[in-house]
Design a protein around this ligand. Sequence first.
Ligand code: MEV
Length: 298
Amino acid sequence: MKKTVIVSSPGKLIIGGEHAVVYGRRALVTSIGIRLYMQLAVDENTDKQTEKHLLNFTLHDTNQRYSIDLYESSDTQTIEVQAVIHVYNQFKSFLSESGVFNIEVRSEIPIGAGLGSSAAFSVCLVGCFHLLCHGKLCLEDINELAYRVECLFHGTPSGVDNTISTFGQSLLYSRASKKHLNFRLSNLAIIDTGIPKSTKRMVGLVRSFVESNPEEGEKILNDIATCVDAMVEHPDELDELFQRNQQLLKHLGVSTVEIDQIVEILLKNSISTKITGAGGGGCLIALTSTFTKEQILE
Ligand code: MEV
């Protein structure tokens, strides 16, 4: 019997609190109107003679195609394939013992730019198997397993990315709690530095800084948390709060020469800009106030 499910999940912007959120502080995060789409089609085979457990997996945006036996060891596979095998193993007791799985992925979210492409991938992957096996989407369960998939990609993430990709809207998130907020920004530009970033590497870099400078590290993390609370309570002060959060991120070591230059050029033109996500490249967000798109581009 053939069954097909399609799931999509949004990208995200961290407005404030990235990195500090790894250490239990709060982050302000919002979903954005670009999505990753995943289709899972399974052709279940009931004939024991021709039993197979085949996975055809296509990532259209990066032109990656895989055809693998799901019962083979996953250690030598790419991280995306390992993620698929990991999730398949969690659900296989609900699936027919034999069949061919076809997974296709298309993403509007740029990959490795800090806009949540890997979290959207993890959430869609779990969501597809969940829908296929249970006929509905239980968001809390999906989020929990998507976090474990994110750990394959990033080591010890805070869970903010998979949580916003699962629930959407805007959230004030910490490892201990999540609160939905009615937080919307209409005057925001996303600036892609074009420099690929690695979340795992940047989180590791911050960990080294905090471990070798415990007092200074704690102070910066607490100042970032204060900044995030102020963003929620005084959205009219975002301009100044963006600048403060960016300075604190720079202190943590996740800015680069190129990012500093972009921030400085825009600030000279009265536009406050900060890193969004892990830093080291990826994307920045800028409060554009009354500037037009053409003025910003100039
Ligand atoms: C990445 O989008 C956000 C970081 O704070 C890492 C994390 O929270 O896991 C840099």
